[in-house]
Design a protein around this ligand. Structure first.
Ligand code: SAH
Length: 358
């Protein structure tokens, strides 16, 4: 048996490998190794979640952002971005549309837009929860104060997505301007967990300057944090950013990492992301076959779809929109899985601060 197969078996049995084992596996694996990993990853996800795939309605409600991340198309210094904000009623209409289509999780994502104050967002969360008490709300609005996180949780928000982007502080500095720090981002993640959110971290695959060591640090950070969700997707350049000329992350590496993360954190809610669907026609289906169990179709109004340009050529038609939810459901059935209606919570217990594995 190849050395990598033995490592994959070990990861399956123990959920973790040493740093050097991860590194040697990531640096040279074959297509056969990957297929073997995916087979085990599917076994694990099916043991925990059966054949179910959870569907989230993604509402990109603002593309204003105070940050200037070098990779991101909605960074504040991109003057070509046409900025928009959805009002409460627009957001509720998106939820309406999604609810009728069977969705029971709404993900409110945006740039770091302080126009949406603690109070404003509390109001929106409460209105959604009032109308749809059987739905989960996921927030993804970046780094904010502990008080804001706490207030939104008390208003009814259930989950929070905040990718750590990279767990190497040197690498973090090469992706972000000086005012931002990995330390603060991590602090936010621990706070979100402490409050009781189902919390999601994650990183881009193939971002500029990323090395295998960075990825190993990402894996170790995820193992330590024990999030309920992990979002990973390939880096894709955006033409108005300093990284416009960089190359994208690959489908293969992203799939391989999805498989690894499923074995490391068997209970994880793991989306096959839009970015994965953007770099390859069957990217998301392949993601599901590598261990992912969540997809997040876009619920935003058509009029703003082309403005939330995190990266070039972002999917915004076809299966990306709720009108095409039937197509999405069908493509999930075609690979032997089942799109289910329902909140789709994480099946692990919420691990609190005192149980951190350090
Ligand atoms: N303001 C929120 C949401 C950010 S956008 C926050 O800070 O969490 C959501 C995610 O898109 C980011 O976390 C980042 O990982 C990803 N993203 C941004 N630009 C990207 C690019 N060029 N290619 C691929 N993913 C990108």
């Amino acid at each position: 048996m190849s050395e990598n197969r033995q490592l994959i078996d070990k990861l399956y049995a123990k959920n973790i490998l040493s740093r050097s084992e991860f590194k040697s596996m990531l640096d040279c694996y074959t297509q056969e190794d990957a297929q073997y990993l995916f087979k085990l990853a599917r076994q694990v996800r099916e043991r925990v979640y059966g054949k179910d795939v959870y569907i989230r309605g993604l509402i990109e409600f603002t593309n204003y952002c105070r940050n200037d991340c070098y990779y991101c198309g909605i960074r504040c210094s991109n003057s070509n971005a046409s900025r928009y904000r959805l009002c409460d009623n627009d957001i509720l209409q998106c939820c309406d549309k999604g609810y009728k289509a069977g969705l029971r999780t709404f993900v409110l994502q945006g740039g770091e837009d302080i126009y949406f104050t603690k109070e404003k967002l509390c109001g929106i969360i409460e209105r959604i929860k009032d109308r749809y008490s059987d739905c989960a709300i996921t927030l993804s609005v970046g780094e904010r104060d502990y008080e804001d996180y706490l207030a939104w949780y008390k208003s009814g928000a259930d989950r929070y997505l905040l990718r750590h982007e990279t767990a190497s502080s040197d690498h973090y500095k090469r992706l972000h301007p000086e005012q931002m720090s990995l330390e603060h981002r991590k602090k936010c993640l621990w706070q979100l967990k402490d409050i009781g959110y189902q919390t999601g971290a994650g990183f881009m695959v193939g971002s500029p300057f990323q090395t295998t060591d960075c990825i190993v640090q990402d894996l170790y950070f995820l193992y330590e944090l024990r999030p309920q969700m992990v979002g990973i997707g390939p880096f894709i350049p955006q033409k108005d950013t300093p990284f416009a000329k960089e190359s994208s992350g690959t489908l293969e590496k992203t799939l391989f990492l999805l498989g690894i993360i499923r074995l490391m954190l068997p209970y994880i809610l793991l989306p096959a992301t839009t970015a994965l669907g953007t770099i390859a026609p069957r990217g998301r289906e392949l993601g599901l076959l590598a261990g992912a169990n969540v997809v997040m179709p876009n619920l935003s109004p058509m009029s703003v779809r082309d403005k939330y340009n995190l990266y070039d050529n972002k999917l915004n038609t076809g299966k990306e929109s709720v009108q095409y939810l039937n197509l999405l459901t069908k493509s999930i059935e075609d690979i032997g899985y089942k799109a289910v209606s329902g909140r789709g919570d994480c099946k692990s217990i919420i691990i609190r601060k005192e149980e951190r594995i350090l």
